[in-house]
Design a protein around this ligand. Structure first.
Ligand code: HEC
Ligand code: HEC
Length: 290
């Protein structure tokens, strides 16, 4: 054997050893991961804070994700005093329970949440208006921060952002003295004046998730608990009759989704406040389940 090829073989050997070493480490990490997940050793309790590196990593990933997704969102004018007032009304009703306000503590249930809902007094300094809008509209997975997309019109979300921009400069006394503005009605009427939006099936899946349908029904094509509290909706699109008495037409399905108690007063399907548009989208999705 020549010296050159002996050297070559030795180099190959070293590479092979490194590769096997790296693979062994990966396998060990994999086995460790499987052990942590299956043994139950990982503590999911909300009254135990994350380890410092985990906490830091989650915060970092959250910030990066929001920055990335909020890039390119166009910010409407937010200085109008009426918009700020509307934002205040929504903030008091929808946000203070978890986040508190200047001089106001959150409700006691929020004390038990991990991650703890941040005090938002300074949020408008830490996040851009587009980022705040994105967080409020989309929510934050695995934190308890709800997505407000199906509950607040886009204008109202921007109004909340407008109010939040005033928060850093508001003293507790000033916050207390702000007028008690009633929450304006959901802006659905304005939306329907422009004609109904076209049916949107991807949005329908989000709506089904939002209205907690999967906490009671099996609904094919969606990830969730599929709990058997209500009947399975498998093949519902092909059924002749719904709720035991109504012909399965799009209009009847939308009525059932919006006013289940009108159709079956003693039924166990709760009235979930499904909007007209959301009922139309959800009914269209259910009709595809043949
Ligand atoms: C059910 C409790 C709850 C409600 C109600 C709620 N949030 Fe949150 N929110 C959270 C939790 C939990 C987090 C994640 C922890 C954190 O970062 O604050 C969060 C995060 C946020 C963040 C990111 C804060 C940061 O600096 O990390 C913003 C901004 C926010 N919420 C705004 C709002 C607004 C505005 C409303 C009202 C429309 C609202 N939240 C309603 C629980 C709630
Ligand atoms: C708290 C549990 C619960 C939630 C949440 C819920 N449902 Fe129901 N649903 C029921 C029950 C229970 C019934 C059976 C009604 C009865 O006869 O009492 C039902 C009936 C129905 C029916 C009629 C089924 C048939 O066989 O004719 C449809 C369709 C339906 N639900 C769709 C939905 C959709 C879509 C959502 C979300 C917007 C939803 N449900 C949310 C419990 C629930």
């Amino acid at each position: 054997m020549s010296r050159g090829s002996a050297n070559g073989a030795a180099t190959m050997n070293r590479h092979l050893q490194r590769l096997v070493g790296a693979l062994a480490v990966l396998v060990a990490i994999g086995i460790g991961g499987v052990f942590v997940v299956t043994s139950g050793i990982y503590n999911v309790a909300a009254n135990e804070q994350h380890l410092r590196p985990t906490f830091w990593l989650i915060q970092f990933a959250l910030r990066r994700a929001v920055e990335h997704r909020a890039a390119g969102i166009e910010v409407p004018p937010l200085a109008d005093e009426r918009v700020v007032q509307r934002g205040l009304a929504h903030f008091r009703v929808h946000c203070v329970a978890c986040h508190g306000a200047p001089g106001v503590a959150p409700q006691s249930f929020a004390f038990g949440m991990t991650p703890a809902p941040a005090n938002l007094v300074d949020a408008a300094r830490e996040w851009t208006p587009a980022e705040l809008y994105w967080v409020i509209r989309e929510g934050i997975k695995m934190t308890g921060m709800p997505a407000w997309q199906f509950h607040l019109a886009d204008d109202d979300i921007w109004a909340v952002v407008a109010f939040m921009q005033r928060l850093p400069a508001l003293s507790p006394a000033q916050y207390r003295s702000l007028p008690d503005v009633p929450v304006p009605a959901h802006a659905e009427a304005a939306a329907s004046a422009a004609g109904p939006a076209p049916v949107d099936l991807p949005r329908a899946k989000q709506a089904i998730d939002h209205y907690l349908c999967l906490t009671c029904h099996r609904i094919p094509g969606l990830v969730g608990p599929h709990a058997p509290v209500g009947p399975s909706l498998e093949g519902i699109g092909a059924r002749g009759v719904i709720a035991g008495r109504l012909p399965n037409t799009p209009a009847n399905m939308q009525r059932l989704l919006r006013e289940p108690h009108r159709i079956k007063p003693d039924g166990a399907m709760p009235d979930l406040g499904v909007s007209e548009r959301d009922a139309r989208d959800i009914a269209a999705y259910l009709a595809t389940l043949k």
